[in-house]
Design a protein around this ligand. Structure first.
Ligand SMILES: CC(C)(COP(=O)(O)OP(=O)(O)OC[C@H]1O[C@@H](n2cnc3c(N)ncnc32)[C@H](O)[C@@H]1OP(=O)(O)O)[C@@H](O)C(=O)NCCC(=O)NCCS
Length: 362
């Protein structure tokens, strides 16, 4: 088998979208959106170039290496390798994404050399990557691959075969779920009322970014616990340090991107600290699907229905803030029963399964 001609070009991240060198970045975003549409058959994960640009700019917390892949002089895919800056990190996160029309020719396999070389040069030995494995069309039978956690399976599709062929192992299955915001929110209201009766000693506070001064320190700590307190199966996850500067950089990226982020927090009355939080994020386009980002209850504050409390309060407020957004999308580890139970009760329905893949480099 020979791989046909293609070109890889380091992605130029322009200072702004009006800059004379912005064309490759804009083409990259178009192709990204097209690839996600091919995978999911909807635009739930579509983003505008303006929205993504701040997420590609210099970031002291993460060294992002990106390339565009050109076939017949047209952008047809992209490669991204993220090198997190945590001290002692062994991990590189990567993505290879190609339009369907250029798949199946050996290009994706070829690009893995670039991924591995980039990781090695940064001194990283653990490659980790996520891919959506869409369900086959009705009536098409495809063997399935179980997660080693015992929770969830994925179809053994092209991306799965690609990972396996190149020595990657499936470590975890995540569920992507969708909440239809056109449906009644009566259940969410009832669940909020129920959570309120179990959460004495805590109050709900809600903010659009930036986080108010008196909560910044405890919020940054809670943010850092996402890396230690969420289920990670056999994946290697660095413990993230979040100081106030990192929080400010995080906020600036979303604000510059034109996104609205609602943080719903449970504040512990006795200490005044944020001990649980939930983030809902709009696209730059107000009609875009909303993304549920982090949700976390600190370990020592579990058992008070705070997860249910903040999740329901967040959704109800979000309807007022972003009335044009019709859906919320969320991702959870399939073994994360406490979170899935809350989401299922609210009405989130499974939409697809995501494989989390790992390879340890020799
Ligand atoms: C997963 C992905 C990156 C693989 O890229 P690709 O270029 O299609 O990969 P390859 O061409 O090397 O292999 C794909 C298939 O083509 C076959 N193939 C490879 N070279 C070939 C050639 N020259 N002629 C014919 N067939 C070939 C392979 O055997 C493989 O067959 P299979 O799908 O039955 O297992 C690509 O499908 C993709 O972008 N998918 C969407 C995004 C995604 O899931 N990315 C995962 C990593 S983040």
């Amino acid at each position: 088998m020979t791989t046909p001609a293609y070109e890889i070009r380091p992605l130029i991240v322009p200072a702004s979208l009006d800059a004379p060198n912005a064309a490759d970045f804009i083409a990259m975003v178009d192709v990204r959106n097209e690839i996600y549409r091919e995978i999911s058959a909807n635009d739930d994960e579509a983003a505008t170039p303006a929205q993504l640009l701040p997420h590609f700019q210099e970031d002291p917390d993460n060294d992002k290496h990106s390339w565009i892949v050109l076939v017949d002089d047209e952008v047809a895919g992209r490669v991204i390798v993220d090198i997190p800056a945590e001290q002692g990190s062994q991990v590189a996160y990567w993505t290879v994404e190609l339009l369907e029309r250029v798949q199946g020719r050996g290009i994706g396999s070829d690009l893995l050399e670039l991924v591995e070389e980039t990781a090695r040069q940064a001194g990283r030995t653990v490659l980790e990557s996520w891919a959506e494995h869409p369900e086959p069309a009705d009536g098409v039978s495809v063997p399935r691959l179980p997660a080693p956690t015992g929770f969830g399976t994925i179809p053994r599709d092209r991306p799965a075969r690609y990972y396996l062929r190149h020595g990657h192992t499936l470590e975890q299955v995540d569920r992507k779920s969708i909440l239809d915001l056109d449906a009644s929110l009566a259940t969410t209201r009832a669940l909020l009322a129920d959570a309120e009766t179990h959460s004495a000693g805590y109050r709900v506070e809600q903010w659009l970014l930036p986080i108010p001064a008196q909560y910044r320190e405890s919020f940054a700590w809670a943010k850092s616990r996402m890396s230690t307190d969420a289920p990670t199966a056999g994946l290697e996850v660095d413990e993230e340090k979040w100081d106030l500067d990192r929080l400010e950089r995080h906020e600036a990226r979303y604000l510059e991107a034109g996104q609205t982020v609602l943080v719903t927090a449970a504040v512990h009355e006795a200490t005044g600290d944020v001990v649980a939080f939930n983030e809902l994020c709009s696209g730059a386009d107000p009609t875009a699907t909303t993304q549920q980002m982090d949700t976390l209850v600190l370990r020592e504050h579990r058992g008070h229905r705070l997860g249910q409390l903040i999740k329901c309060a967040g959704i109800l407020r979000w309807r007022e803030i972003a009335p044009e957004s019709r859906r919320i999308i969320t991702w959870n580890a399939e073994e994360n029963r406490p979170m899935l139970s809350i989401n299922e009760a609210i009405g989130f329905a499974p939409a697809a399964y995501i494989g989390a893949w790992k390879k340890v480099l020799a």
